[in-house]
Design a protein around this ligand. Structure first.
Ligand SMILES: NC(=O)c1ccc[n+]([C@@H]2O[C@H](COP(=O)([O-])OP(=O)(O)OC[C@H]3O[C@@H](n4cnc5c(N)ncnc54)[C@H](O)[C@@H]3O)[C@@H](O)[C@H]2O)c1
Ligand SMILES: O=C(O)C[C@H](O)C(=O)O
Ligand SMILES: [Mg+2]
Length: 566
């Protein structure tokens, strides 16, 4: 519902609104006369989706629904999250990004260009919403495993924030998808007549840093308390070191991914029965995600009793040049040094295959962007060496997955403990349905954001990230555990996000970075109730607006959907 002096907002055109609400909203006559139930609305949407055989067309239909009937979009997504997540998020969002400039119809976020430096604050001023609680920001330089997509990467902030709303109940109008148009190293994009970003080479690292310095100040001055999520920046991107202790921010690819994979690993390691000291993890990909994940698992191994050095030595990282070692002869990127090996006796292992044969891992982790890198031969060996090999091909979208669910099961004699970044379908084997885990940061970032917003944390500490992982790992129902699942059923994601958010809030309180006084002494039950009461629920939105309108006699006081947690 809009304030009386403003034009109607997207949610105001909802055909579930009564005549009274339509009159207050000034949408009476602008939508067809029938007042529809939520079920009727949903069935129309589902039929329209069915009519579109291609996922990308479903994605475009859903994008236009979000822009024109926002609460209906979120009802649909949250009630059918298992079917909708692959359409609005990975893998379809990958095609959405690749085709962004070609399919463009409507603005869905804010674009700030390098030429706007010096007056970024005035561009933020154009954002039509008053209260923003969270932003996802990218420069498009490493979108999923698809490389530098420039401003076409806008699909990622839009998709991630849709999940914040659907999975953790952040209000839609409190989210800001933010694209930094800092040029692109992708020549074919720069030469594409339809490309909608600046046609310049990517700015230098120093220029980007200065731009970000200005952005961080401008964002927090305009919206004090805003949570800033860095997403899909090409490595190296030292934002955490630069801004981590000063702003309420986190890097989803490093920290969110680290947390979600850690949660799966905690369950998987328990299932193997192999003590952590005997775990050997080969990581294919030593970028933001690879190193971020390995570091989270080091912390877990240390909490399980290993020294830091013992824990660190359980990891073998592989990049484009092979095993990361001290004496490889190249200058190692800063973030890889912690895991570089010194026990290779001068021998360099150039391929993943050689490293796998050398290490005989218990865990094979893929964050490399290279689809199919886990060959049938490697998978077979993993099955021969381990009673329960842990195989996590985590690169996105589906085509970049290091192996498929089917291959991981088939070649390990159905023994693999599996999680992938993008979803795979279940498989029937011996009359039993085998269900893959989805080790995607979507299981944690919504709860991290919600917990941070609600606790009004000044910074996002490592202990808050770690708490998101342990909370997720305890969120499985006994029936899910007994089926051998590593992650909870996606359909329960809102409940899971509440559990994650509570863990994050408590960790913020323990770290002393919280500012929400009213919840300091709450016990679990009371806190859970409070968290739930703060969540946007698209299924009760029509009723909420109805009651608000019925209760208002003075139209000038209509605040409508401008609510905020801040
Ligand atoms: N499942 C999840 O939740 C999740 C989260 C974050 C990232 N990811 C995926 O992980 C992948 C990597 O993301 P990132 O942020 O670490 O990117 P990045 O650019 O920081 O790192 C990529 C790494 O892969 C290595 N690599 C690339 N090509 C290789 C090759 N041919 N052989 C060996 N190594 C190679 C690079 O050396 C680098 O170490 C992407 O596909 C991304 O979609 C998944
Ligand atoms: O976007 C995703 O699906 C997960 C992750 O953040 C990625 O970069 O691949
Ligand atoms: Mg990402």
């Amino acid at each position: 519902m809009s304030a009386a002096h403003l034009p109607p907002a997207p949610g105001d055109y909802d055909t579930s609104h009564s005549t009274t609400v339509r009159k207050y909203n000034r949408t009476y006559g602008l939508v067809p006369p029938a007042v529809e139930s939520l079920d009727v609305q949903a069935s129309r949407c589902l039929k329209q989706l069915e009519r579109r055989p291609q996922s990308i067309d479903k994605y475009l239909y859903l994008s236009s629904l979000r822009s024109t009937n926002v609460h209906l979009f979120y009802r649909l997504v949250s009630q059918h999250i298992k079917d909708m997540a692959p359409l609005i998020y990975t893998p379809t969002v990958g095609d959405g990004c690749l085709q962004w400039s070609h399919n463009y119809v409507q603005p869905e976020g804010l674009y700030i260009s390098y030429s706007d430096r010096g007056h970024i604050a005035s561009v933020l001023h154009n954002w039509p919403q008053v209260n923003v609680e969270i932003t996802v920001v990218t420069d498009g330089s490493r979108i999923l495993g698809l490389g530098d997509l420039g401003i076409n990467g806008m699909g990622i902030p839009v998709g991630k924030l849709s999940l914040y709303v659907a999975c953790a109940g952040i209000r839609p109008e409190a989210t800001l998808p933010l694209m930094l148009d800092l040029g692109t190293g992708n020549k074919s994009l720069r030469e594409d007549p339809l490309y909608m970003g600046s046609r310049r080479e990517k700015v230098s690292a120093q220029e980007e840093k200065e731009f970000l310095d200005e952005l961080m100040v401008a964002l927090t001055e305009k919206w004090p308390g805003i949570v800033i999520q860095f997403e899909d920046f090409k490595n190296p991107f030292p934002a955490l070191e630069t801004y981590g202790g000063k702003y309420t921010c986190f890097n989803d690819d490093i920290q969110g991914t680290g947390a979600v994979v850690l949660a799966g690993i905690i369950s998987a390691v328990k299932r193997t029965g192999v003590p952590v000291k005997d775990q050997r993890a080969v990581f294919f990909g030593a970028g933001s995600a690879g190193v971020g994940v390995a570091k989270q698992i080091v912390e877990y191994f240390m909490r399980e009793g290993l020294t830091e050095d013992e824990a660190r030595r359980c990891f073998w990282l592989v990049d484009t040049k092979g095993l990361v070692t001290n004496d490889r002869g190249d200058k190692l990127a800063e973030h890889k040094i912690y895991f570089s090996r010194d026990d290779n006796a001068g021998k360099q292992y150039k391929t993943l295959e050689e490293v796998v044969d050398h290490v005989r891992p218990t865990i094979l982790m893929g964050l490399s962007t290279i689809g199919g890198a886990f060959t049938p031969d490697m998978l077979t060996k993993m099955g021969q060496w381990n009673e329960h090999p842990i195989i996590f091909p985590l690169s996105n979208p589906s085509a970049n997955s290091e192996c498929t669910f089917e291959d991981a099961l088939k070649h390990t004699n159905y023994k693999a403990l599996f999680a992938s970044g993008s979803p795979f379908a279940s498989i029937e084997h011996d009359g039993k349905l085998e269900t893959p885990g989805q080790g995607n940061n979507m299981y944690v970032f919504p709860g991290i954001g919600l917990g941070t917003i609600l606790s009004k944390a000044t910074t996002i500490t490592q202990s808050m990230i770690y708490a998101s992982a342990t909370s997720l790992s305890t969120s499985l129902h006994p029936s899910e555990v007994s089926q051998g699942w590593l992650y909870p059923e996606l359909a329960r994601i809102r409940d899971v996000s509440v559990i994650v958010a509570m863990g994050v809030i408590k960790a913020a309180q323990e770290a002393g970075v919280d500012r929400e006084q009213s919840i300091k002494s709450m016990g679990n039950e009371e806190l859970e109730k409070w968290v739930r009461s703060k969540m946007y629920d698209p299924t009760t939105e029509t009723q909420r607006v109805e009651e608000e309108v019925q209760g208002l006699t003075d139209p000038s006081k209509w605040g409508g959907n401008r609510g905020s947690h801040l």
